[in-house]
Design a protein around this ligand. Structure first.
Ligand code: NAD
Ligand code: GLY
Length: 366
């Protein structure tokens, strides 16, 4: 008899919004039981997924739900960041209304961070809010976006500007699904993993896997370790008002500016974040006393996963600065920039000016 794959569970303690994250190979099969555990739900539900993930995993999700007595519909949006839009929110919501889903329905977000952010946002506003289950299928979504309840879409003016906090009812992070990720999409996820190491867990840098071999069982403890980092931060500061959750934005201020300036789709999220991390490391050396060896330890791991360190010449610094000025992290015009003192010790600084940021962006061209 084969040994069952280990499943790790992480509890996210948020009072009446608490939930459990299950990490492991095959946990998608728990979907029916988890759906049954949702309080006061009818039989109708919507699986929201994308055009790459649907052919791979929607039938497993549908079967698990049907076997548990539910009647799922599957709504497939085009893969890619462009689906994080109000137009797609309207389209998905109207499909659900036409299929007769009411306030007793629930949603399953099956896919990467794009699907999770979109489906979670639909769940937050549909009939003034219904529950949703996250079934994340990328590294980014398993270690970061499926946990913490930030949902939303992009506006033409900037990334994630329209959204809501809406915690999932449960998260099923099936590491088996990672085996079908294309190499580029697999590697980009390590941008967020290396960010977690930078802000909370420098020792994790010694436990990162091969950039090419995807082993769902060996990856389970690493994904769980990252979920636990995210969970503890979210527990301390669910609404990002206490200056703790903001630490998760390390590398994201400039990273989001680059993502937007490149036009969504040019860089994958984690690739833009890699550039943002390189810039934030340089600023941390200059303004927070970060040692060159700590910065190098992080930078060399970004390189190990083939993540970019150099900005393409056709993306102008002005276009990045323009995009960055509409970023939510520029609270009321002030720049709240996350810097690193040492590995695992990050803080929010108000000492970074637009000139400093411009210099750091220019340095990415070297
Ligand atoms: P993504 O959802 O676009 O997925 C990347 C690509 O992989 C897509 O083409 C997708 O179709 C494909 N894919 C997904 N799972 C697959 C699988 N198992 N096998 C094969 N292909 C698969 O991107 P992402 O990197 O997962 O997420 C990025 C998004 O997440 C961004 O919009 C970012 O803003 C958001 N994000 C949100 C938070 C948050 O806290 N809410 C945190 C980090 C990132
Ligand atoms: N990914 C940043 C956050 O969840 O706060």
């Amino acid at each position: 008899m084969s040994t069952p794959s280990p499943i790790e569970t992480i509890h996210v303690d948020l009072g009446d919004r608490s939930y459990t994250v299950h990490v492991g190979a095959g946990v998608i099969s728990m979907l029916g039981a988890e759906a049954k555990a949702l309080p006061k739900r009818g039989s109708k539900c919507a699986i929201i997924t994308d055009s790459n993930v649907a052919p791979l995993y929607s039938s497993s999700a549908e079967t698990a739900l049907r076997d548990a007595g539910f009647s799922p519909i599957t709504i497939t949006v085009p893969a890619g960041e462009a689906s994080k839009s109000m137009e797609v929110v309207t389209d998905v919501s109207r499909q659900m209304i036409r299929a007769g889903l009411d306030r007793s329905a629930f949603i399953i977000a099956l896919g990467g961070g794009v699907v999770g952010d979109l489906a979670g946002f639909v769940a937050s506003i549909y009939f003034r809010g219904i529950p949703f289950i996250q079934v994340p299928t990328t590294i980014v979504s398993q270690v970061d976006s499926s946990v913490g309840g930030k949902t939303g879409v992009n506006a033409p003016e900037g990334k994630n500007l329209i959204g809501a906090f809406h915690q999932p009812a449960t998260v099923l992070a099936d590491t088996e699904t990672l085996t079908t990720l294309p190499q580029r999409e697999y590697a980009e996820g390590y941008g967020e993993v290396i960010k977690h190491a930078a802000i909370r867990d420098g020792a994790m840098l010694d436990h990162l896997p091969s950039p090419t071999e995807i082993d769902p069982i060996a990856l389970t403890p690493l994904i769980a370790r990252n979920v636990a980092i995210k969970a503890r931060v979210v527990e301390e500061d669910e609404r990002e008002t206490a200056g703790v959750r903001a630490l998760l934005n390390f590398g994201h201020t400039i990273g989001h500016g680059i993502e937007a300036a490149g036009g969504y789709g040019r860089f994958l999220h984690g690739e833009a974040i890699s550039l943002g991390l390189h810039a934030a490391l340089a600023l941390s050396i200059d303004h927070a006393g970060l040692s060159a060896s700590d910065a190098q330890a992080l930078a060399s791991q970004l390189d190990h996963f083939g993540l970019p360190a150099t900005l393409p010449p056709d993306i102008s610094t002005a276009s990045i600065l323009d995009a960055l000025k509409t970023d939510k992290k520029f609270a009321a015009g002030a720049i709240r920039f996350v810097l690193l003192r040492t590995l695992g010790d990050a803080y929010v600084s108000d000492a970074i000016t637009l000139d400093h940021i411009e210099t750091a962006i220019e340095a990415l061209r070297a």
